[in-house]
Design a protein around this ligand. Structure first.
Ligand code: SAH
Length: 281
């Protein structure tokens, strides 16, 4: 795989520039409103990140979203996060660019949004978490392997943050969530960003999406005791799957499909994720 001829990432200016000034200049609400959703945060910040993926029928919104109150979170705060992720060893400029472009605070309850850019996972409800920025970047870097990604699959949409980052490094992103409430939350969070190349599915991600496979890349955002066979079977030849594996002690595992019946597996580093569970709720 090579970078030649790739259409991604999109120019970052086309992703967030329209809304960024309003988000930067927004002021913090004096009343803590913990029940406020990230979607509402997005609307109040007026951010309009979008994918310009051609062939999409979704036209980006050019209208102005009224600014009310939003956390004072600027590009500089996000830049500090990206610099930290780079200092932790992530080198892929496309991944770092995508992390800079996506407003992570809009995926977190407003009561926690001042912590959105710290080096930690944070609760998103239903006993689940948004993954730590470093691990999001590292997994995408490993999956991308410096190449061009046509379609990728994420297992565990959660609040939708990683799917948004993926939307800037792959042409099409499919993401599955097994908890209905989180599937709905991700939809709400992503709607104001108007990203045209993400498809959210409610279901058991352990089964993958055979109707869309093969995938150039697959990421699991939850840890199983092993990687489900259905998922490795849905990798394209040359594609990479990155997944946390284990219970208390977890390791990040990278599986590459090298042939019709051949896969290689590499253990990368230790990690900590919520458990992968079967079925839906
Ligand atoms: N990708 C998210 C992380 C979400 S946490 C982010 O951007 O930060 C992991 C998610 O995986 C949880 O929401 C959990 O419900 C989900 N999950 C666990 N097992 C799953 C399965 N079999 N299918 C789909 N989602 C699953």
């Amino acid at each position: 795989m090579s970078d030649k001829g790739k259409r991604f990432p999109l120019p970052l200016s086309s992703v967030v520039d329209q809304g960024k000034k309003r988000a930067d200049s927004a002021v913090r609400s004096s009343t803590p409103v913990t029940a406020q959703t990230a979607a509402r945060n997005a609307a109040t910040a007026g951010v309009q990140a979008r994918s310009a993926h051609s062939g999409s029928s979704h036209a980006p919104n050019s209208g102005t979203i009224p600014q009310r109150s939003a956390p004072l979170i600027s590009d500089a705060v996000r830049k500090a996060m990206v610099d930290r992720v780079a200092s932790q060893g992530v080198k892929d400029p496309i991944v770092l660019g995508a992390m800079q472009a996506i407003p992570r605070h809009l995926f977190i309850d407003q009561g926690l949004s001042t912590q959105a850019y710290i080096d930690a996972s944070l609760p998103i409800g239903y006993h689940q978490t948004i993954s730590q920025p470093y691990i999001v970047a590292r997994m995408i870097e490993l999956m991308r392997n410096g190449g061009t990604l046509k379609n990728v699959l994420e297992i565990g949409t959660g609040c939708g943050y990683q799917a948004a980052v993926l939307s800037l490094v792959a042409k099409d992103v499919y993401s599955i969530e097994r908890i209905k409430g989180l599937h709905e939350l991700a939809k709400q969070n992503l709607r104001p960003l108007r990203i045209a190349n993400i498809r959210l599915h409610y279901g058991d991600g352990m089964l993958g999406l055979p109707q869309v496979a093969p995938f150039d890349g697959i990421i699991l955002a939850a840890a199983g005791l092993e990687v489900p066979q259905a998922l490795v079977e849905q990798l394209a030849i040359g594609g990479r799957l990155v997944a946390p594996v284990g219970a208390r002690q977890q390791m990040l595992q990278m599986i590459e499909r090298t042939g019709v019946r051949d896969w290689t597996s590499t253990t990368v580093e230790s990690c900590h994720f919520v458990p992968l569970r079967s079925g839906v709720m």
